[in-house]
Write a protein that binds this ligand. Structure first.
Ligand code: GYE
Length: 334
């Protein structure tokens, strides 16, 4: 792992050195104001991606890269390897190179004011994608396209209300929550929406909540520990399928039947989770759509031409329930 991480860091270093050297020897000559052509040719988009923590993220990256190719937009792509400071460095490199538009997935919601102010001073519009940011000066970014995490959390809770209506009345419903990356809008939004719905149903009790950072390995570790600690768990609410797959592994180690012994609700709708839903090992899968590339490119084109864009676009998402007929569902692609 050290070797791999070492290579990754060297790769990142080479990326920034290369970009810095390229920038130093030649700032890009931007056409005169408004001179960007309208058919995407010549548009350069700097994109800062979080990393590759889940199958969802990998699909999100593929969607951005393929959509840029399709649109004829030149993509400067940076993988931050889960570090906000690498995202800030990459955005600064995009500014130095004078890209036409900057887009990024904010790994956490806070800490973006300074670098976005630098982008604004450089006259480069910024598009926030997938996750949201908390910022006082909303003028520092042009708009947002991504997932509605609060609604995803609400949908998870609404499923539980429906599910337990079908079961004989009983005692408290004890819920363990595996949350995503701390301070990310995806995690805070899902937690908020989930609690918003359940707060008027006191039977449902969140007995434990811990971050598994959207990673399968941490989901496995967390669930092993939870099964050691709690003798009675009725529900697992996991903020992403990656962690949920770890939960299933941990339950099977103990010969427990996920989806029966413990109700499982998860978010993303990657293929492996849909397959587990069909097997009855998961009870509800809430879609979080990673295929945001085409929408990002359309907005980047408008921004490059100086056109206004909507402040917020939530991508289409649906919910898959254990009682649905999923036989016609096309492959998920992630
Ligand atoms: O749910 C998870 C990924 O930001 C909404 O990040 C995204 C989340 C997604 O790692 O799988």
């Amino acid at each position: 792992m050290t070797v791999k991480r070492g290579f990754q860091s060297i790769g990142l270093l080479l990326f920034f050195c290369g970009l810095a050297a390229f920038t130093a020897c030649q700032k890009r000559e931007k056409p005169e104001e408004g001179g960007v052509s309208t058919d995407h040719k010549g548009i350069i988009l700097g994109f800062s991606q979080i990393g590759a923590e889940s199958a969802w993220r990998t699909c999100n990256t593929r969607s951005v890269q393929e959509a840029a190719e399709e649109a004829g937009i030149q993509l400067l792509f940076s993988n931050a390897e889960q570090k906000q400071e690498n995202q800030i460095k990459a955005i600064r490199s995009f500014i130095a190179y004078q890209v036409d538009v900057i887009a990024f997935v904010p790994i956490v919601s806070a800490g973006w004011g300074n670098v976005l102010r630098e982008a604004k001073e450089a006259g480069i519009p910024v598009l926030v994608t997938d996750r949201k940011i908390d910022i006082q000066d909303e003028s520092l970014y042009a708009g947002f396209i991504g997932t509605d995490s609060v609604q995803e959390g609400r949908a998870a809770a609404e499923f539980l209300l429906k599910k337990f209506e079908t079961l004989p009345p009983g005692g408290p419903v004890r819920i363990v929550e595996l949350s995503g990356t701390v301070h990310s809008s995806a995690a805070t939004g899902r937690a908020q929406g989930f609690r918003e719905v359940l707060k008027s149903h006191p039977r449902f009790e969140i007995i434990y909540s811990e971050s598994g950072d959207f990673m399968r390995s941490k989901g496995l570790e967390l669930m092993r520990s939870v099964l050691q600690t709690f003798t009675q768990i009725d529900v697992i609410f996991s903020h992403n399928d990656g962690m949920t797959l770890g939960v299933l592994d941990a339950m099977k180690e103990k010969n427990l039947k996920p989806g029966t012994d413990i109700i499982i609700v998860t978010v993303d709708a990657e293929q492996a989770a849909i397959d587990a839903l069909k097997r009855g090992e998961i009870n509800c899968v809430i879609e979080c759509n990673p295929k945001q590339g085409p929408g990002i490119m359309e907005l980047a084109r408008k921004l490059a031409k100086g056109e206004p864009i909507p402040r917020q676009i939530h991508v289409e998402e649906e919910v898959f329930y254990e009682w649905d007929d999923l036989s016609g569902l096309p492959p998920r692609g992630y």
